[in-house]
Design a binder for this molecule. Structure first.
Ligand SMILES: NC(=O)c1ccc[n+]([C@@H]2O[C@H](COP(=O)([O-])OP(=O)(O)OC[C@H]3O[C@@H](n4cnc5c(N)ncnc54)[C@H](O)[C@@H]3O)[C@@H](O)[C@H]2O)c1
Length: 452
């Protein structure tokens, strides 16, 4: 069992059942790629029966959940019929917003932090969507799937490798979608780059970089919203607790889980200074915040090697003064893209060694989905990308299609949390990614996001 660990081995026999025709769901090939191999291995991704009207239960309707809720109210073919939050003011807000949009009053669940279990058991729902603090994503997803509902979660899907496996195993067992809502996969520049890569404009992608570099010091110390839970994670671990915004889009460019996969990772953190300094400068002597001690290194850098030999750098920095960036580098054999500011270099076009602004090639490479949905996304959260991801989720469910993002993406991208903590603690020794697809990454179809 050299490159097949015990868990993979135990699961292999079960894997055969994944591809076969299922009562509640079926697995199909989405892109016309590798169809022969798919037929042999039973690969491909879950597609369930089309759902005419997607009934949604929202768990956690704070800042980001509230923004998704507002999107769903504008998307035809779905209804929010149940809402759960531990804060009554948020369930009241959500209920009012739903009724104001002309929909029936939703069922309300607010009797404590595990009331989502009652929601999952009681309500007739197609989808449970959670935008709770990180520690609740997996419990909500598991409860939803156990009760026969598709599940979607904000990022990251899970904070440990075991929890990543728990999601994969539940999705396969119950034949339910388990989608991690990585909105940055849908941002316009990221989708343009994916389009360019899939058209072959950049040649073969050999290296990529992504990150989440966002000064959150003030937000982490607020006495509301993310201040109530996010800072605590900076006391609990050292590694990369939030890898998916930068990594998701470049993973798509590298066909991760669809022709390649993350193989191993090394990770390193620098010192933890930012939050301590901020507390000292903003709270009076004796304030409890000034005695908090943080373990999260201010800058964490991980390197990932893929099975096909490609390299990826992923960074996290949320505790220091700096402008926002997700880095976004995609280096191919024929050119490259670099974000912040967005620019491209295509060999043989333009002047040698000089960037071209991304805006100058937008007409040529804009992703058709953006061109089609742009007007409807205007004004929605994070420049419209959140609306587009919500729109795509509902579209796929309504049409019985595999979702763009699936449980294997959720697990592989989120595994970086646990693996980076592990490697950081072991003087940056390399740690292996599990193969959540159990070999099907070789034959899974390439991601194809249509303009619908
Ligand atoms: N994709 C993005 O761009 C983006 C942006 C912001 C936040 N997020 C993610 O969204 C999630 C929520 O973040 P936020 O900024 O909305 O935080 P928030 O604190 O504003 O909202 C969290 C909500 O969950 C509720 N909650 C907490 N525990 C609960 C439980 N057990 N059951 C039901 N409700 C519970 C809280 O009362 C709150 O209303 C996090 O996973 C975060 O990483 C993603």
């Amino acid at each position: 069992m050299s490159d097949l660990n015990r868990r993979d081995f135990l699961k292999l026999s079960g894997a055969a059942a994944i591809g076969g025709p299922a009562e509640a769901g079926r697995y199909i090939d989405t892109g016309g790629h590798h169809i022969e191999a798919v037929a042999q291995t039973g690969g491909g991704f879950l597609a369930d029966q089309p759902i005419a009207l997607v009934r949604i239960g929202m768990v956690g309707v704070g800042l980001q959940g509230g923004s998704h809720l507002e999107n769903f109210l504008k998307i035809p073919g779905c209804r929010i019929t149940a809402v759960c939050d531990v804060r009554e003011e948020r369930t009241t807000w959500a209920s009012k917003a739903i009724v104001a949009a002309g929909h029936p009053q939703p069922a309300i669940y607010g009797k404590g932090p595990r009331d989502f279990e009652r929601l999952c058991e009681t309500e007739d729902l197609d989808l449970v969507f959670t935008a709770t603090p990180w520690e609740w994503h997996v419990p909500v997803m598991l409860a939803a799937m156990k009760c026969g509902k598709h599940a979607a979660t904000e990022v990251p899907a899970a904070m440990t490798v075991d929890d990543c496996w728990a999601l994969v195993e539940a999705a396969e067992k119950h034949k339910r979608h388990a989608v991690m809502m990585e909105n940055c996969n849908y941002d316009r520049p990221e989708m343009m780059v994916l389009n360019m890569v899939q058209k072959g404009v950049l040649g073969e992608v050999v290296h990529a970089e992504g990150g989440y570099l966002h000064d959150l010091r003030e937000i982490k110390f607020e006495k509301k919203d993310e201040g109530l839970w996010r800072r605590a994670w900076s006391r609990k671990l050292d590694g990369n607790p939030y890898p998916t915004h930068g990594l998701g889009p470049v993973a798509n460019c590298l066909d991760i889980n669809r022709g390649d996969r993350f193989d191993y990772l090394v990770s390193m953190s620098g010192p933890s200074r930012g939050l301590q300094d901020w507390a000292r400068e903003h709270f009076p002597d004796g304030a409890p915040e000034r005695s908090e001690r943080f373990t999260l290194g201010d800058v964490n850098t991980s390197l990932i090697k893929t099975a096909r030999g490609k390299t990826i750098m992923v960074q996290h920095c949320t505790n220091l003064p700096r402008p926002y960036s997700r880095i976004q580098v995609v280096q191919g054999t024929k050119g490259m893209y670099q974000g912040y500011p967005n620019r491209v270099y295509i060999e043989g076009r333009g002047k040698s060694h000089q960037w071209v602004e991304m805006a100058a090639v937008r007409d040529e490479f804009d992703h058709p989905l953006w061109t089609a949905v742009e007007a409807r996304a205007a004004g929605a959260g994070h420049g419209g990308m959140d609306f587009i991801e919500d729109h795509r989720l509902i579209h796929c469910l309504r049409n019985g299609l595999p979702t763009d993002m699936n449980v294997y993406d959720a697990a592989s991208l989120s595994a970086v949390v646990g693996l980076s903590v592990d490697s950081t603690a072991k003087r940056s020794r390399s740690v292996d990614f599990p193969d959540f697809t159990r070999g099907r990454w070789r034959t899974n179809p390439r991601l194809a996001i249509s303009a619908d």
